[in-house]
Ligand binder design. Structure first.
Ligand code: SAH
Length: 341
């Protein structure tokens, strides 16, 4: 395991085996989570130890291949090259409540949603915990903007990479690391029911976002292949269990697609099916993806839909589109290059 994927306790075992005193683990852990590029920056470690660690536990730092900044809203998108040559994207958004980083959890994605660019090349591999941490860390280091919020809404399906994502959350939340509060973290899933149940068991204070995008199987089947495995009835039941277990309100995402899922009837069916479930609805006018023929709903359709939901008791907001001029909006991130391409 990469040293930056290890908890402080695990690092302390490594160092103990090297005959080091107990206090070294905290030193090493703190340096790693500050974003040092090499052990030689760890000025309070003996040279001999720095040399052994350099040899046995390499520090990987992703390389900025491209950095784009939106002229409209200051959103920044990074394309990183990982140590094996694969590339992923990260987006930094500046909200009034704090700087928010949107990270990728996989290289590519195997979920196949019809409207999303991230899935076009399929899944290449899952990201390791340290590779998710590095996105937060080096976005902060490079931009010099302190990061307070994280959304797991970039490339990949977080619940398809469950153990690595859980470990990443533990690391980024740790008091001696970046110390980012769970309440400032949102995890978005396309609806992997077993993953939602597993996450509920952890009782984390994060926000679970569920990409619902349709009120019925009839519609959802046409845009999200995952619905064949976990149809809407099972998905909504899992959301109810999640709420019962954690007491955390579910945040639903609903990409508004012209003529597909944006009718008043769809809104009414949605209300009926979510009855009694504390929820929030995030309406996202569909963002442009070149390969997809799907079009965004009209502004009128979005507002009509929003009003029906709100009148029915589900708070609904229209997500502000950030970074659209640099293809940094929801569903626009893509793998770009992989090793050897
Ligand atoms: N795989 C996870 C994480 C991705 S989050 C998930 O599916 O939830 C990215 C969000 O953007 C998801 O809700 C996704 O469905 C949505 N999205 C994808 N393509 C989009 C597009 N073209 N326009 C608007 N939203 C889109």
């Amino acid at each position: 395991m990469n040293i930056k994927s290890m908890t402080m306790e695990e690092i302390s075992h490594v160092l103990k085996d090297m005959g080091q005193p107990a206090f070294r683990a905290k030193q090493v852990y703190t340096w790693l989570h500050k974003g040092v590029r090499s052990y030689d920056e760890m000025s309070n470690l003996p040279k001999a130890l720095r040399d052994v660690l350099t040899e046995q536990y390499p520090i990987f730092v992703p390389e900025v291949v491209r950095k784009q900044e939106s002229q409209k809203d200051g959103t920044i998108k990074y394309l990183w090259k990982l140590h094996d040559g694969n590339c992923v994207e990260t987006v930094l958004m500046r909200y009034h409540y704090g700087n928010t980083v949107c990270i990728s959890t996989e290289v590519g994605c195997r979920m196949g949603c019809a409207f999303c660019a991230s899935t076009l090349g399929g899944l290449v591999r899952k990201l390791e915990p340290f590779e998710m941490l590095n996105q937060v860390l080096f976005t902060q280091v490079d931009s010099e903007l302190p990061i307070s919020h994280i959304v797991l809404m970039g490339i990949g399906e977080p619940l398809d990479n469950f153990d690595n994502v859980m470990r990443f959350l533990e690391l980024v939340n740790s008091a001696d690391g970046m110390n980012i509060s769970m309440r400032h973290i949102s995890l978005s899933t396309c609806g992997l029911v077993p993953g939602i149940d597993k996450l509920a068991e952890k009782k984390l204070q994060l926000t679970l976002s569920v990409s619902l995008h349709a009120p019925t199987d009839e519609i959802r089947d046409t845009i999200m292949p995952v619905n064949k495995a976990y149809p809407t009835e099972q998905l909504i039941a899992a959301c109810r269990r999640y709420y019962d277990k954690t007491g955390r309100r579910i945040s639903f995402e609903y990409a508004m697609i012209n003529g597909v899922n944006d009718t008043p009837e769809a809104a009414r069916v949605l209300l009926k099916r979510l009855k009694g479930l504390p929820a929030h609805m995030n309406l996202i006018p569909l963002n442009h993806v070149e390969e997809s023929p799907l079009k965004p709903s009209t502004r009128e359709a979005v507002h009509r839909f929003q009003n029906i939901l709100e009148d029915g008791g589900i708070p609904a907001t229209v997500r502000r589109t950030l970074g659209s001029d640099i293809d940094a909006s929801c569903g626009q991130l893509r793998r770009k290059y992989t090793k050897g391409e």
